[in-house]
Design a protein around this ligand. Structure first.
Ligand SMILES: Cc1cc2nc3c(=O)[nH]c(=O)nc-3n(C[C@H](O)[C@H](O)[C@H](O)COP(=O)(O)OP(=O)(O)OC[C@H]3O[C@@H](n4cnc5c(N)ncnc54)[C@H](O)[C@@H]3O)c2cc1C
Length: 358
């Protein structure tokens, strides 16, 4: 048994660990030995040190890992991703004035890194297949405004482009784009999405097509379409139906969902272990409202819903170059709202997302 001093974040350079709640005192932290296999029949998780961990209930919360560079990098240095605290600390060290930073991808992570790097005085270029940044998540109206704001801070965009190759001696020195443009670079950040961390579940018999498929009680579903009532999956790695939107199971990569799914899974597992009617609890609708925010320069974005399901967006208040609110529709149905500023107006939409009556 190890105490809180061995918490995984305590060793990160220049960072202090978050204080642990007293309720976690009894937790046995098994660090540096990731799970490598799950045997559901024996109810055992095997770790990378070959140690077996017996369970009565298992919570899968292994999140995502960034997609790697989409081309061979020949082992060049200077190529980075951002997921962990270590990644963030390492990136912070190289984002210095004059550093030439090329960012592949213009989603939230790419755009936030661009804003941070520009603020640090780096020379920033974004290479993206989209027409505007955050096009998939926020559509053309807010995307165009974010493009304007980034460009006003000196960020250069190469839209409709992708990476063809990288050149360098030991470190990346140039990024060659598919359109033939060559960008000098000291740091290449790959921000082109993430994959669920499910390789350790390969032999588990669970349905791990794009994350762990679960029912409305967050209980894992097998490839035979059976339910494993002792195994739940929460957070980014979990794929479930949200009846606020439709009946298609999806993973949602927002910060409020690990909490929402964690609470729900905890209640249902507790009922299961206590011999109560967990199935009845799981049959109640699980309809968490996804929310996300992003701070880029002086733009504070706040959104609710699944804006990326929309086929159109509409500006309903304010003007993009100051503050505004945009609504997102799929057909006639509101599927999301996003504001630049105007937080209370955006907050007021929360009650508009309700589960349709069957
Ligand atoms: C750079 C960045 C910025 C973000 N900004 C925002 C934001 O502004 N707003 C927002 O809403 N969301 C944001 N997100 C998304 C948000 O952080 C995630 O939705 C949230 O962290 C998901 O939590 P999780 O617990 O499911 O997964 P994670 O936080 O990824 O945790 C997964 C954990 O599982 C561990 N693990 C993985 N594989 C194994 C294994 N085999 N064995 C044991 N352990 C394993 C990992 O080491 C990790 O500790 C951001 C994400 C990133 C990367």
């Amino acid at each position: 048994m190890q105490g809180p001093a061995a918490h995984p974040w305590s060793g990160a350079r220049g960072c202090r660990a978050f204080p642990l709640r007293s309720g976690l005192d009894g937790v046995d932290w098994v660090l540096g030995a990731p799970a490598v296999a799950l045997d559901r029949a024996a109810r055992i998780v095997r770790d990378a040190n070959g140690r077996d961990h017996q369970y009565d209930a298992l919570v899968i919360a292994t999140g995502l890992s960034p997609k790697p560079l989409p081309i061979p990098d020949h082992g060049l240095g200077g190529i980075r991703v951002l997921r962990t605290l270590e990644d963030a600390v390492g990136l912070r060290e190289v984002l210095t004035p004059g550093t030439r930073v090329v960012i592949l991808g213009s989603g939230f992570i790419g755009c936030e890194i661009a804003a941070t790097a520009a603020h640090a005085g780096a020379e920033v270029s974004i290479v993206t297949q989209s027409r505007v940044p955050l096009e998939r998540a926020l559509g053309p109206i807010l995307g165009a405004e974010l493009l304007r704001r980034h460009e006003a801070h000196g960020v250069r965009f190469y839209c409709g482009e992708s990476l063809f190759g990288v050149v360098g001696d030991t470190n990346v020195e140039r990024a060659i784009l598919t359109g033939g443009v060559v960008l000098e670079c000291d740091v290449l950040v790959v921000a082109v999405g993430s994959d669920p961390q499910t390789s350790w579940l390969q032999e588990s018999g669970l349905d791990i097509t794009d994350g762990v498929l679960v029912d409305s009680g967050l209980r894992a579903i097998t490839t035979e379409d059976d339910l494993d009532r002792r195994v739940v999956a929460v957070g980014d790695v979990s794929r479930y139906v949200n009846p606020l939107f439709d009946s298609i199971p999806r993973r949602v990569e927002h910060w409020n969902l690990p909490t929402e799914t964690g609470k729900r899974a905890g209640q249902i597992l507790a009922a299961q272990l206590a011999g109560d009617d967990a199935d009845a609890l799981a049959a109640t609708p699980f309809a968490p409202l996804p929310s996300f925010w992003s701070d880029q320069y002086d733009a504070n974005l706040l959104a609710f819903g699944m804006t990326y399901l929309a086929d159109r967006s509409e500006l309903v208040a304010g003007t993009p170059d100051t503050e505004c609110v945009a609504e997102y529709f799929r057909g006639e149905n509101l599927v999301g709202v996003c504001g630049i500023g105007m937080r209370s107006a955006v907050q007021s939409y929360r009650s508009r997302f309700v589960v349709p009556v069957a």
